[in-house]
Design a protein. Structure first.
Length: 431
């Protein structure tokens, strides 16, 4: 393969066991920078389970602010309390990541099974719980809840759960984790019950001091022969906090820097130069920074542009990009936008330089002024500047987009295989 691919394989072959504490899946005993949130959430959730009070709690914040790690730690402590019989009656715990759901109504199915009412609808569960004398209390945590709420069916499910927790007989403590800061207010607006304000915990992004403290704590647990200087940790922390404050990016950058030093250098200490190289690869290009600032559907449109192209700067018809966009939306359990809205997304990508028009007439002029029909707009060719590496650098640590990037790779491989099988005279794409 190419040198870049060989280097990637070499890095992947490095033993990860010694750096387990520098993986994003590792949850330490202590969470620096989140003690206040842990205390408040633990006090609230524990009180609800002890007194059997139904509640809806929304934990929101930008990606990489420790929401999932904090809730997993809290749930672990709550389970210990349940084991010590601090709660009245039986208490159950259910943790669901929205990315693992095939349909939004699976949330209702999981709740019904946990409460001992398999096959019941949410309305039937409500009626059954009104009559049940010794029903269990259920702590149900839905991670990536904004992904469920992005569809009509998902809005109905979450809104019903919120409305149900307002009833005294409800045996549910519903905790929703979301990146969208305004999710709770949108749920309230949907159910039209303004007098009941939701309980919201908004996680602020980590600052540089927090990130350094977290990285130092993880380095103490990690076992590696490579020495990491204080200046390197400070450099990574400031680099990440200047763009997003995403702690997962900082952890991943530190891990890759150590592995790169172990596999490509005889030096037994990490340098700022090697950390800077990894930072450029992870956060790096101008396109990565642009992609990080795009709204959700425009991001998916950018992924579709890459999925529909085989190589950087290849010409791709808008119709092929729209087809790829629809597939990615279905993969993410989102409703694809209309053709008119999609052209607005392409216009935004054109303005930001992610795609370029190859004709004198740009997509923006064609659609904004209504000079071309939909069919002619679909035939317009675009040059896609973004690559799969840019998508990984921008979205690689977010669960939803991480899966979409994998889907983009699959679509690219399928497109490449189709192109190889096509006779030479038919290889050129018609635009």
């Amino acid at each position: 393969g190419t040198p870049a691919r060989m280097e990637l394989k070499k890095l992947q072959a490095a033993p990860p066991s010694s750096l387990h504490s520098l993986s994003t899946s590792y949850i330490p005993d202590e969470l620096p920078g989140r003690q206040a949130e842990i205390e408040k959430l633990l006090k609230l959730t524990n009180a609800c389970l002890v007194r059997r009070y139904p509640k809806s709690v929304f934990v929101t914040g930008c990606p990489g602010t420790g929401k999932t790690a904090t809730l997993k730690k809290i749930c672990s402590e709550l389970r210990e309390n349940a084991g010590q019989r601090q709660y009245k009656g039986k208490t159950k715990f259910e943790w669901v990541a929205a990315t693992t759901l095939r349909r939004e109504d699976e949330v209702t199915t999981l709740i019904a099974d946990a409460l001992g009412f398999p096959g019941y609808s949410l309305e039937e569960i409500e009626e059954a719980c009104e009559d049940a004398m010794h029903k269990p209390m259920l702590c149900f945590v839905l991670d990536e809840a904004d992904q469920v709420f992005s569809t009509k069916a998902g809005k109905a499910v979450i809104s019903k759960l919120f409305r149900w927790t307002l009833r005294p007989a409800c045996p549910l403590l519903f905790v929703a984790i979301a990146n969208a800061i305004d999710l709770a207010h949108r749920v309230v607006a949907t159910v039209a019950i303004q007098q009941h304000k939701p309980i919201v915990f908004n996680f602020r992004p980590y600052d540089s001091d927090d990130v350094q403290q977290i990285l130092h704590a993880r380095l103490e647990v990690a076992s590696s022969e490579i020495a990491v200087d204080e200046t390197v940790v400070s450099f990574i922390a400031k680099k990440v906090c200047s763009s997003s404050g995403d702690i997962r990016k900082a952890i991943e950058m530190l891990r890759k820097t150590i592995i790169t030093t172990e596999t490509t250098s005889d030096v037994k200490s990490v340098t700022i130069a090697s950390a800077n190289k990894v930072a450029l690869d992870a956060m790096g290009t101008r396109l990565v920074k642009i992609l990080n600032c795009l709204p959700q559907h425009v991001r998916i449109a950018a992924c579709a542009c890459v999925a529909a192209s085989l190589a950087p700067d290849e010409e791709v018809a808008v119709r092929d990009i729209y087809f790829a966009y629809q597939q990615l939306c279905r993969r993410a359990m989102l409703e694809p936008s209309s053709q008119a809205s999609f052209f607005e997304y392409i216009t935004a990508l054109e303005d930001s330089g992610v795609v370029l028009s190859t004709k004198s007439r740009s997509v923006k002029n064609s659609t904004g002024l209504g000079k071309l029909s939909i069919q002619k707009c679909f035939a317009l060719p675009l040059r896609v500047r973004a690559t799969i590496a840019d998508l990984k650098g921008a979205f690689g640590t977010t669960v939803l987009y991480k899966e979409l990037v994998s889907e983009v790779q699959s679509q690219q491989e399928a497109l490449a295989a189709t192109t190889l099988e096509t006779p030479p005279r038919k290889r050129r794409r018609k635009v």
